[in-house]
Design a protein around this ligand. Sequence first.
Ligand code: CUA
Length: 167
Amino acid sequence: MHIHKYEKIWLIFGISALVIFLVILGFGAFWQGTHPQSHGVTIDPENIEAHEAFQEDNLGLTKVGDDKYIVNIIASAFNYNLGTDEDGTPVKHIRIPKGATVLFQVTTPDVVHGFNVAGTNVNMMVEPGYISSLETELNKPGEYTIVCNEYCGVGHHMMYATLEVYE
Ligand code: CUA
């Protein structure tokens, strides 16, 4: 069978592009641990407090076992509700020991928000009516900024919190 020279060039180009694409995808999925957030877990956006995880006392960081934590967050325009401390001050900073397994569960009563712990593989879209969750292990000590990366309105840039991973 005779293949025209240009056709050969295009075939090589096409197949190479496909291989490069799959290598990049594989690197992201298996090496960096990037994968879709949770399955479609639904919640009534007008009554999120009915869900145990999003009741006032259960918001923010909770230790559930040796090196196991849960962080429940209500994202809303334009705030991350991580509960309050003993004085009633809203929590804006959470501290987690290095190597801990952390399950993040986030929902919103209003519009689409983002939940990105910058510099980690925690990067979720938060939609009204759904609970976005992701479990991860935080192994690199440091201070991370949690940012909203879905444009949600005029106060979008003010939506942030911080997470510290300590030794
Ligand atoms: Cu919330 Cu942007």
